[in-house]
Every structure is written in C-alpha cells, then in structure tokens.
Design a binder for this molecule. Structure first.
Ligand SMILES: Nc1ncnc2c1ncn2[C@@H]1O[C@H](COP(=O)(O)OP(=O)(O)OP(=O)(O)O)[C@@H](O)[C@H]1O
Length: 267
C-alpha cells in the first residue's frame, strides 16, 4: 500500500496541504480530483517524494519513503509530472528509452516497441520530441514512465501521473485509461490527477476529492462519487447518472447561463 499519514505542507508558513491522510492500493486505479488550486499537484508531489512533508509521513509498502535509496524507489514507483522539460534534441524513441535507465530489469528494444505501439506513437519514433504536438508529447512521456515499471516484479508497485491525458483527444484518453486499467493485473496501483469527471466515473476505483488543501471525501466510487459530493466540491451543479445502456456513468454539468437564468427566476 502507498500511504500518506497526516501530511502537512507549508510554503513560507502558508499551509498548502492542511492535513491529509490517503491510502492507495496496488491493483486499484485512484483518481485525485478537485477545483483549481485545491492542492492536488502538491499532494501528488508529496506522495511521489518530489516534495518533503512539513509534518506527517509517506510510506511505500509499509516503509518510510526517506528510508529508500533512489534506485530502490525507482523499482516501486514511476512518476509522470505535469510538465517535463527536455533540453537535448532527443527523438521520441530516445525519450522513451530514458525510462529504461530507471528500470530494475533489462528492457529490450521489443519492450519499447510494444509500449510505443500500444500508445500509438510507434510511427513517431524517429521524430524530434520537441516538434511533437502536445498530445503526442504526453504519450511519449507516458511511454517513458511505463517502461520503468513494464517488467513484472514480485512486490506491489505504483504509477503516479499528474494530468496525464490533459492534451489528448477523447479517443486517446479512453485508450490510455483502458491501458492504465490493464496495469492493475500486474499488482500496480495507479494514481492520476484528473479533471474530466466523466472519465473518472468510468475508469477509477477510488477517488480522493481535494478542496482547499484538505481531503474533502475519499473512498470507493460507489460510496463517495455522487452529485451531492461533487456539487459541494466544485460549488457547481453536477449530475451523476447511469447511462441508459447500462454501459457506464454520465457526469453532467449544466451551462452557466442556464444556472444564472434559474437563479434569477427564483428571485
Ligand atoms: N511554490 C509555491 N509557492 C507558493 N504557492 C504555491 C506553490 N506551489 C503551489 N502553491 C499554491 O498552492 C495551492 C495549491 O496548488 P496546486 O498546484 O497543488 O493546486 P492544484 O489543485 O493542482 O491546482 P490545478 O487544478 O490548478 O492544477 C495553490 O493556491 C498554489 O498557488
């Protein structure tokens, strides 16, 4: 399990994360959601070890994060930050290959090809990374972190992704989230900061709902992911409904002008 216990984080005495305790399980997909500025990326960075808590502890498989050597940590968790800056003129293939530097077991050329094919970026392999589109770059970065944990290991591992699909079109978003769900069978826990509430409803097992630096709600989707909690979280009317085909869940927010109109009529 990946655990954050009583995490507190301040910048110049200003609390960014007030007090948060979270649990992530291998074999589950956990989404972090919440309004802009709620503290999602900060919580993400604390859990990944990119930031150090002012108070509280992060434990990977029962061991404090600071007790791991960086190479040991690389064996149990791979991290895709929101932004990655590359200062060398790498090709897409070379960027993906960088992931093998952190991989504990040998990665073959075939592994890299498999990951790139699954993310539909194999045809981009010789293109300059810096010249790719936003969505193409995001899939290359995702391939790089997937390579790090591609080979099975006999212990639970974690894949941490901060807004991994924000630049992708809708069909690629589904492709990627379905692929991430497949990783659960490899005893990997997936954590992703996401903004699309409909995608969260259909792919996540567990959700951490952040508001103003705290965890407002947390649990399995069936327990906490409902209209009432989402409305409280975002301060905006949101409906969660089963799709008529029974094949999924729809999350719907009404247009702003309609809400303004309804409020004025009620006055
Ligand atoms: N280095 C920093 N210095 C000062 N304030 C910061 C710093 N990093 C984050 N913050 C503040 O902490 C709050 C939480 O930021 P964070 O990036 O975690 O939010 P978020 O929920 O990921 O937001 P978004 O959805 O907009 O990406 C914001 O108000 C932000 O301005």
């Amino acid at each position: 399990m990946l655990q954050g216990i009583n995490i507190h984080f301040c910048i110049s005495d200003k609390p960014i994360i007030g007090e948060a305790s979270v649990k992530l399980f291998p074999g589950q997909f956990t989404a972090i959601i919440g309004p802009n500025g709620a503290g999602k990326s900060t919580l993400f960075k604390l859990l990944s070890g990119d930031l150090t808590c002012s108070r509280g502890n992060i434990l990977y498989n029962g061991r404090l994060i600071q007790k791991y050597k960086s190479q040991e940590l690389a064996q149990i968790r791979a991290v895709m930050p929101q932004h990655t800056v590359l200062s060398f003129p790498f090709s897409a293939w070379e960027v993906v290959e960088l992931g093998s530097l952190n991989a504990p077991r040998e990665i073959s050329q075939q592994d890299i090809q498999d990951v790139m094919e699954r993310l539909q970026i194999w045809h981009l392999r010789d293109r300059k990374y810096s010249l790719l589109s936003g969505g193409e770059k995001q899939r290359v970065q995702l391939a790089r972190v997937l390579i790090q944990i591609w080979k099975n290991q006999p212990f639970p591992r974690y894949l941490l992704l901060d807004e991994p699909i924000s630049s992708m079109d809708v069909s690629l978003q589904h492709l990627v989230l379905a692929m991430l769900n497949d990783l659960k069978d490899r005893n990997i826990g997936v954590l992703a900061v996401l903004h699309d509430l409909g995608l969260v409803a259909n792919y996540a097992d567990q959700v951490i709902m952040m508001k103003a630096g705290s965890v407002a709600f947390q649990g399995n989707l069936s327990e906490v992911y409902n209209s009432k909690n989402l409305e409280k979280l975002f301060g905006y009317p949101i409906q969660v409904k089963n799709h008529e085909t029974g094949m999924g869940v729809m999350v719907h927010s009404l247009p702003y002008h309609y809400i303004n109109h309804t409020i004025k009529q009620a006055q």
